[in-house]
Ligand binder design. Structure first.
Ligand code: ADP
Length: 500
């Protein structure tokens, strides 16, 4: 498969769909044009002709009735001549012209031409007869004359009624022809409409199937690989480097998958390298702090000896110096011990179920003296049982609680509340105090090792406590941060993953 084939596949799929839609448009246009033509023929030619022939027959019938009435003498001459005049001079010529025009529109050998010509011929004869009768009726003067004319017009009316019957026969014949055409057109129209709906239905089905095909193609070749890539990226961001995505072919997403795999591989390499260096560093810190303890112990014991055995009265300055050395040595011992503890965190990795309520009760016991001396009020919420490293978690709570006591405000006794809530993927703990608070710009810095905001004379400490806390929290897949208002108090938040 060539590069860019997803694009090509999409173009092909949508191109085919557009092609099918175009065919649909063309076919429906053709089919609808056909049925429109049939309908137009019906509307403008056949139906009007049938109506016209109906009307013609009506008039013809009237002519027939007039002539018949005259034969039986049921009408006055005046009534008769007036109506006859109107029919023969206006109405009949009008219909004759219509029938004539009809013959013009028909193909040369059409049998309807003959019928129409007959109708015209018979109508002409009727008109002539009517004219003759009218003339005779007008010239009637005396009794003899009247008698004779009466006989002649009766005869002429008989002929006329005969003629009108012939005309009616022909008209009915012609009408039959048009009725047949009407039926044929109706049938054709319904067939064409049926075909049209068939075409629309068929192409609609093809369109739907094609659309489904394109959708499933998009899902298979685009959505699925993207989902797989997204899942892998998520796993990668959670620190799982074993997330190779399957790549087949050479389309854009396969290339993206390849690049992703390469990235994951090199990330894993870098991560391993960092881990190795970190371990080396921790080892170094451990060895250094461990080995420094021995000379420090010696230094400390000899300065203590010197302090004890060197009387102050002899040389006040020297004894002050010795005291300073002793204090500095002790401080250094504490720092080195803190460093050693820091490097030891997590060395005994054993996960267990830790009931935080019990854990805090232990911390409370350890700090009972300080809590009592400072009149600290400790409010503990309903804490969960979590999966974690007991010793480290205890150290975490101990550091946070003792800090909350240590950095208390001068004018009020410490009030500490500890609570926990569940958030997606984590337990979120908070340790809130009403102490001196921390300026905004130090909220990040205090978690780094040896970072302190006060000197020893104000608050004693090594600056390792919160670094410990951060290490413990990170061991549990979480984060630690502080929110604080100077002079009002601080809340330390940390999360512990609940998927250990
Ligand atoms: P240490 O307590 O030994 O000084 P930490 O690492 O525990 O070291 O704390 C670092 C610094 O953060 C402290 O020196 C202090 O200035 C500040 N800090 C920590 N906890 C609190 C708190 N609860 N209230 C106010 N400041 C605090």
């Amino acid at each position: 498969m060539v590069i860019g084939s997803i694009r090509n596949r999409l173009l092909l799929g949508f191109g085919t769909l557009i092609f099918v839609l175009l065919i649909n448009i063309v076919l429906t246009q053709i089919a609808s044009r056909e049925s429109t033509a049939t309908y137009e023929e019906l509307r403008t030619e056949i139906v009007p002709t049938i109506t016209m022939l109906d009307e013609y027959r009506e008039v013809n019938k009237e002519l027939f009735l007039l002539s018949l009435n005259k034969v039986f003498g049921r009408q006055s001459d005046e009534q008769y001549t007036n109506r006859m005049k109107a029919i023969t001079e206006v109405v009949l010529p009008h219909f004759k012209t219509k029938v004539f025009l009809l013959t013009q529109s028909l193909p040369p050998n059409d049998k309807k031409i003959k019928i129409s010509e007959n109708i015209i011929k018979l109508s002409n004869r009727s008109i002539t007869i009517v004219k003759e009768i009218n003339n005779l009726l007008l010239t009637r003067v005396d009794y003899d004359n009247t008698q004779r004319i009466g006989q002649v017009t009766q005869k002429a009316n008989l002929d006329l009624s005969d003629l009108t019957q012939q005309i009616d026969n022909n008209l009915s014949l012609l009408q039959k022809e048009y009725n047949t055409r009407y039926d044929a057109h109706q049938t054709a129209l319904s067939k064409e409409l049926h075909n049209l709906s068939g075409i629309i239905f068929l192409i609609g089905i093809i369109g739907i199937l094609l659309g489904l095909g394109i959708a499933s193609g998009i899902i298979n070749s685009i959505v699925r690989p993207i989902n797989a890539l997204q899942t892998s990226a998520l796993q990668l961001s959670n620190g799982n480097f074993d997330v190779m995505v399957k790549t087949k072919g050479k389309d854009e997403l396969s290339l993206l998958g390849h690049s992703f795999n390469n990235m994951a591989e090199s990330l894993q390499k870098n991560f391993e390298e960092i881990k190795r260096k970190n371990k080396e560093l921790e080892q170094f810190v451990y060895i250094a702090s461990h080995d420094l303890q021995e000379p420090l112990r010696t230094l400390s014991s000899f300065t203590s000896l010197l302090e004890k055995e060197y009387p102050i009265e002899k040389d006040e300055n020297s004894s002050t110096y010795v005291r300073f050395i002793n204090e500095a040595t002790k401080r250094m011992s504490r720092l080195v011990k803190g460093l050693l503890d820091y490097s030891r965190i997590g060395s005994t990795k054993e996960l267990s179920e830790v009931d935080c309520n019990t854990l805090i009760m232990g911390v409370e016991d350890d700090l009972a003296l300080t809590i009592g001396d400072t009149e600290t009020i400790l409010t503990i919420g309903n804490l969960p049982t979590i999966k974690g490293y007991t010793t480290e978690l205890r150290l975490l709570f101990q550091n946070l609680i003792s800090n909350a006591i240590k950095f208390r405000a001068k004018n009020r006794s410490p009030h500490i509340s500890i609570s926990a809530e569940i958030i997606p993927g984590f337990w979120k703990f908070s340790v809130k105090d009403n102490g001196i608070g921390i300026e905004n710009q130090f909220h990040e810095r205090i978690f780094a090792i040896f970072q302190r905001l006060h000197n020893q004379s104000e608050y004693k400490g090594t600056g390792i406590g919160l670094a410990h806390c951060r290490k413990v929290v990170e061991m549990h897949g979480g984060k630690i941060w502080v929110e604080s208002i100077p002079t009002v108090g601080s809340t330390f938040y940390f999360t512990i993953s609940n998927k250990q």
